[in-house]
Design a protein around this ligand. Structure first.
Ligand code: GLU
Length: 290
């Protein structure tokens, strides 16, 4: 049997200019693809209309081309495939694994404050966010439907306990960042009832990423360590939806002068700004430690 060609992807969200952390990710994906005789695609993760800016998308193309990277065209833009993510959500609805969650952000905050006062603490996910405190999962289907019919805003959340209960074997993902393939035990329950469809934006990162990785035939997910724990949720969704699993390579993060991870929102120096100051693509490779 012939092995399919490896496929790597760089999947930025166009909510700000690319910085050195993105450069490391993009270059690693590109170079690993080249070295293994594989393919390299760019995917624009623009499901959040409030944060995605078309100009940033053009800048992503310009920055990557300036770095000397080449990727396959056409580029997949998630905003053009919402119906596909909706189908995935519908499947989870059929399986009875998601529920409509009606608490607003303010209500969530207030509820957690109350629970903390009562119980002392409330669980947090690996990113430090609180687990969803609502008890909407106990609501009857009829009641939930009548609220939805009445136009009450809602998100869709995974019933984590139920979902984990469906697993027939312990959940692992395959990690190759140490140079060897190791099996990492996934712990999706550490995230609580994750959101899979938002009230103010369609789909969610987790749902669209697993669908796209599968659909595009991604064999290697190479991305920053900041998404290491998110893999637990994504592995669970892959099992629930019957999607093939890629292998994962979570790379080190590029830290700023303050030792903290670079982020678009904290105005880390963008690749565009470095270029304007006269940096060359090989300077960028050096700056990210390649
Ligand atoms: N779109 C995500 C981000 O920009 C990355 C998704 C992934 O690599 O899985 O952080």
């Amino acid at each position: 049997m012939t092995q399919a060609q490896p496929l790597f992807r760089f999947a930025p969200s166009p909510n700000g200019p690319l910085h050195l952390g993105h450069a490391l990710s993009a270059i690693l994906n590109h170079d690993m693809a080249a070295k293994s005789g594989g393919r390299f695609v760019l995917r624009i993760e623009d499901i959040d209309p409030a944060r995605s800016v078309v100009e940033n998308e053009q800048a992503i193309h310009d920055d990557l081309a300036w770095l000397g990277l080449e990727w396959e065209k056409p580029v997949r833009r998630q905003s053009e495939h919402i119906a596909e993510y909706q189908n995935r959500l519908d499947r989870l609805k059929e399986l009875g694994l998601v529920y409509p969650a009606f608490l607003s952000r303010g209500e969530v905050k207030a509820k957690i404050a109350g629970l903390q006062a009562e119980k002392g603490d409330w669980p947090r996910d690996p990113d430090g966010g609180f687990h969803y405190p609502g008890d909407d999962r106990q609501r009857s289907r009829e009641e939930a439907e009548s609220l939805i019919d009445a136009g009450v805003k809602h998100a869709w959340r995974l019933d984590m306990k139920q979902a984990v209960g469906m697993l027939e074997a312990p959940l692992f993902w395959r990690e190759i960042s140490t140079g060897q393939e190791v099996r990492v035990a996934a712990d999706p329950a550490s995230w609580g009832d994750v959101i899979l469809w938002r009230s103010d934006a369609p789909s969610s990162y987790h749902l669209s990423v697993v669908h796209d990785d599968y659909l595009q035939g991604v064999s290697h997910v190479v991305r920053g360590m900041d998404l290491y724990h998110a893999t637990s949720v994504q592995r669970l969704l892959q099992v629930l939806l019957g999607l093939e699993e890629p292998v994962y390579f979570h790379h080190r993060l590029v830290l700023g002068p303050d030792g903290r991870k670079l982020s678009k929102s904290e105005k880390s120096k963008s690749l565009g700004a470095l270029r304007a100051e006269g940096a060359t693509p090989s300077d960028i490779r050096r700056l990210v430690g390649l």
